[in-house]
Design a protein around this ligand. Sequence first.
Ligand code: AMP
Length: 215
Amino acid sequence: MKAIILLGAPGAGKGTLAERVRTATPYQHVSTGDMLRAAVKAATPTGLDAKGYMERGELVPDEVILRIIEERLASGAPEDAYMFDGFPRTIAQAKALDAMLARLGGAIGQVFVLDVPNDTIVKRLSGRRICRGCGAVYNLAAIPPKVPGVCDHCGGNDLYQRPDDTEATVLNRLDVYEKQTAALIDYYREKGVLVRVDASTTPEAAAEDMLSKLR
Ligand code: AMP
């Protein structure tokens, strides 16, 4: 089993990048944020556990995250390849992932860190809008829909803001990233698997940079 990781602050563009490169690579996109939002919407036990943490912009406890990742990997085949987005987010999660992959005869190939200046991150998060119909992600400043309020992909007209993209929660999420997740950059640098991607301009440029470095 092969795995790569997309690492970066909230708003760096991990999900957008993953969707852009997905068809050009063998990797399945695994986003713990998307899985948790689906669980909250369906009001499953995991969703009920996770909801409050997500609303406050805090990390969901490691054991909840590791359970959903284990279930996701167990539902796949041994030859599957994964692109993790938003996971791991703590050193404990990274170590648990190493152990899981070792058990499954796999390893982490590369860890792509998305470099984006802080002021750009805040602008991206406050302008992010998502299509309720198909999940397409827009940014009112940088990647607006062609017709205001209407999804380019499915024509739906309900573009909403994630509840955790409001200002107070965004600041908390950035703080959580600095305190708990940024340490993963050193963790993976020491393992010699870290690759930097310039994600400061357009999704196209970030995808091109990542694909040129993907081995
Ligand atoms: P994201 O869509 O990746 O920004 O995640 C949204 C929210 O889901 C985060 O602010 C956390 O509350 C929670 N979350 C997602 N992935 C993880 C993870 N690996 N560890 C802990 N919490 C997570």
